[in-house]
Design a protein around this ligand. Structure first.
Ligand code: MIG
Length: 776
């Protein structure tokens, strides 16, 4: 790192990680040791060329993409792009430590600057004008009606994406203690960032596109690994399916009613007196149950909470104590004893690598009985008896790198637990992709687990809030996320349930879950009309799985989220930037969920492009709102002109063999592309080339449409035999050539006017389908 001149007592350094990615570290001389957060993935730093110029007052560091200025007397600093446009500016006197040694700095906010990301949060997409705290807490029912001034939730990710008139930049302050960001709430022109402990360790991203900022952040903190394909199926949970008989009955209902389902969940009642890793009397033969479920294509996921019952006869506790595996009380006077579901409990010190390993091994008790996935809850961690609902600030963690007070590492606890879970699964199910869902996390959580957004309420207000919440999580490096379908607290009405399911069908993690004592919420629980809509919704979801799976692979490669705010592709369109009620799935699919009760229609803003209504094929010119009909069985969906959307045959589980024909819908437009992706869905072999990927493009010029199938990449043989190309707005009389060969009467009989359907046999080499016909 490049040493920066600094006033007495301050120790400042700077590093150029890439021409557009920088690190600024400001500490105190003789300050306390800072724990490593583990958020940043260690990678050998490439040689980046930078010019360093020192002056009497400070230093200037210039790269191909931008320039950093630092004043050694006042600690003023700024980062600007090549053209001199400021991304971040901190005035003199603001960067440093207060009299209690707490770090902080302030940034100028520009006139039309909007701030996104920051992990899980309530409220709208743009966080400017609010106060955000980073301190993981268990909040029951986080709707604003219940907690009006809620400033933190279960997942703290101190990463922000700033957008100024289409120019994006990013900032990540790696500090897992408490942070408080005043995002222009007190002074609309000032973004004030403070932490309770530690140092300033900032990573700055110059952009200027949203994509480059989020990709840069994802490269730094790691992208998500490929989940098993079944993670994209429909999951059914409740607090709790209390007995084996009940779980098996639910599984049978799904199959009898031909409702797709890939996983059922066991909440805390499956345990013996809430003792972690045990199975209670309600489940007399769990191995037989998981086997029967598996035969029906249904996986079983079990909840695992951190609190270990302080019962001297409980073997997990004894083994943990022998290993000194628990977080110590302040002053090191024995283990901290808190209270959670099992009553008095101790908390594994997941920050210690040896404890993570031990815990991962304890999971074997569940794996041996056929449990397929782990659900980590209460890992903020929650501690019922304490006023702050978590471990004492001075509780002691023995990390791999010294002893640290809980206050300095709090936000890492849930993350480290998820890491223990995943790593344990990797060891004990070698060669298989782990499935872990977590409630708490910090920057980098995507490397370890799927995130679900905890205890929402069955209110319309909360369904509305789920859209920006998942979008901001997606912008925070967490592409695989979702929330409880139907809401957790309280009873969802039939209408709310349907609308929630229709929305969630387009979110990566699709799980129905509900609180203890609430009404049944399985898709059939609201009667036949709702069940029929639910079935169609789930079938559409399953048809979309290949499309989603391809996007998940892109997320794994780059960090590009599956679910994107409109601003991802339309950062220069102020209406798109401010949109809280719609989102994109990939580039081409726009979803406008119904978020209000009793509405026969809703207004949908289409960004500046041409769009087609998915259900009817109607053409709509964007750059303005349109009105969409919203009968109960419809969710408004639009496809971008030129878009390609694959729809697979319906399955009841991803475990069923997929049919060998995929319908590839193509909407007219100048250009479009799809990255088609397949692999075996379960193993780690995709990491060594066992996948099938090809770029499919569409180009329309005048009366000619070309569909290009690029060469197949990877050594996994495609399961497809036939591409059924469905061209919207082309007549069945159009002339078709496949790889140069003219086709006789290509149009399938019985297809509606304005749809041309062409079956194309799968082949591995590159080829083109060319269609001439139709109007311009
Ligand atoms: O304090 O395990 O968010 O999904 O059903 C409640 C019982 C504890 C909170 C989770 C919820 C789960 C519940 N848990």
């Amino acid at each position: 790192m490049i040493p920066l001149p600094a006033p007495n007592g301050i120790h400042a350094r700077f590093a150029v990680l890439a021409p557009d990615v920088f690190r600024l570290r400001v500490g105190q001389e003789n300050g306390p040791a800072t724990p490593p957060s583990g958020a940043v993935v260690d990678r050998p730093a490439p040689e980046v060329s930078a010019t360093v110029r020192r002056s009497r007052t400070g230093i200037r560091i210039t790269t191909a993409s931008g320039e950093f200025h630092w004043n050694g007397r006042t600690c003023a600093w700024e980062l600007m792009d090549r053209r001199g446009l400021v991304a971040f500016r901190s005035r003199g006197g603001s960067t440093g430590f207060d009299h209690e040694g707490r770090p902080g700095f302030a940034l100028d906010l520009a006139d039309r600057e909007a701030l996104f990301g920051m992990g899980e949060g309530t409220g709208i997409l743009d966080r400017r004008g609010t106060v955000r705290e980073f301190w993981n807490i268990d909040v029951l029912g986080h709707a604003p009606a219940i907690h009006p001034a809620l400033s933190s939730l279960y997942v703290a990710i101190p990463f922000a994406l700033s957008l100024r008139e289409g120019r994006a930049a990013g900032l990540f302050w790696d500090n897992p203690g408490r942070q408080r960001w005043d995002l222009g709430a007190t002074d609309p022109r000032r973004w004030d960032l403070r932490a309770g402990t530690g140092i300033i360790d900032l990573f700055l991203f110059l952009g200027p596109t949203v994509e480059s900022v989020v990709r840069g952040y994802s490269r730094l903190t790691g992208t998500m690994p490929m989940p098993p394909e079944w993670a994209l199926g429909y999951h059914q949970s409740r607090y709790s399916y209390e007995t084996q008989a009940r779980v098996e009955a639910v599984a049978r209902e799904f199959r009898r009613r031909e409702l797709p389902c890939d996983a059922l969940y066991l909440d805390i009642h499956h345990m013996d007196g809430y003792r972690v890793f045990t199975v209670g009397e309600g489940f007399p033969d769990l191995p037989a149950m998981t086997r029967r479920l598996a035969r029906n294509g249904i996986r079983t996921v079990a909840i695992v909470d951190p609190g270990v019952k302080d019962d001297p006869r409980f073997p997990v506790l004894r083994r943990g104590r022998r290993r000194k595996a628990f977080v110590e009380a302040p002053g090191g006077t024995g283990d901290h004893i808190g209270r959670v579901w099992p009553g008095a409990s101790r908390f594994p010190d997941f920050l210690n690598p040896a404890v993570r390993r031990w815990w991962g091994d304890e999971q074997r008790a569940l794996l041996d009985q056929g449990i397929d996935g782990i659900w980590n809850d209460m890992n903020e961690p929650a501690d019922f008896d304490r006023p702050d609902k978590t471990l004492p600030p001075a509780a002691r963690h023995h990390t791999g790198d010294g002893v640290h007070p809980h206050a300095a590492v709090h936000n890492l606890y849930g993350q480290a637990m998820a890491q223990a879970s995943r790593d344990g699964l990797l060891r004990h199910r070698p060669g298989q992709r782990p499935f872990v869902v977590t409630r708490a996390g910090y920057a980098g959580i995507q490397r370890h687990a799927i995130v679900w957004t905890g205890d929402t309420s069955s209110h319309w207000e909360h369904l509305r809030e789920a859209v920006p919440m998942l979008l901001n999580l997606s912008l925070s490096g967490v592409p695989f996320c979702g929330g409880d379908v139907g809401g957790f607290l309280g009873n969802a009405s039939a209408e709310l349930f349907v609308r929630w399911l229709q929305f969630a069908a387009f979110t990566p993690f699709l799980r129905n879950h509900s609180n203890l004592g609430t009404r049944d919420q399985e898709p059939w629980a609201y009667g036949p009309e709702v069940e029929a809509v639910a079935r169609e919704t789930l079938r559409l979801r399953y048809q979309l799985i290949p499309y989603l799976y391809g996007l998940v692979r892109q997320a794994a490669d780059t960090g590009d989220p599956v679910m994107r705010p409109l601003l991802w592709h339309h950062a220069n369109d102020p209406v798109a930037v401010a949109c809280n009620t719609q989102f994109l799935v990939g580039r081409d699919l726009l979803v406008a969920p119904v978020l209000e009760p009793g509405c026969p229609s809703r207004s949908v803003y289409l960004p500046n492009d041409v769009w087609y209504e998915f259900w009817t094929g109607e053409r709509r010119v964007g750059g303005r709102p349109v009105l969409a009909d919203t009968p109960l069985d419809r969710i408004p969906i639009y496809v971008r002109a030129g878009g390609l959307l694959p729809l697979a045959p319906v399955r009841n589980s991803t475990r069923e063999v997929a049919g060998d024909t995929v319908a590839l819908h193509l909407w007219p437009g100048p250009e479009g592309s799809l990255l088609w992706y397949e692999d075996d869905g379960v193993s780690l072999d995709h990491g060594t080339g066992a996948f099938h990927r090809r770029l499919i493009t569409q180009e329309r010029r005048g009366r000619t449409t070309r569909v290009g199938f690029g060469p197949a990449e990877g050594r996994f043989p495609s399961r497809l035999r036939t591409w059924r190309l469905v061209f919207w707005h082309l007549p069945a009389t159009a002339r078709v050539r496949i790889a140069g060969v003219p086709q006789e009467s290509p149009g399938s009989p019985g297809v509606a006017d304005g749809l041309l359907v062409v079956d194309v046999p799968q082949r591995a080499d590159a080829f083109e389908v060319r269609v001439v016909g139709g109007s311009v």
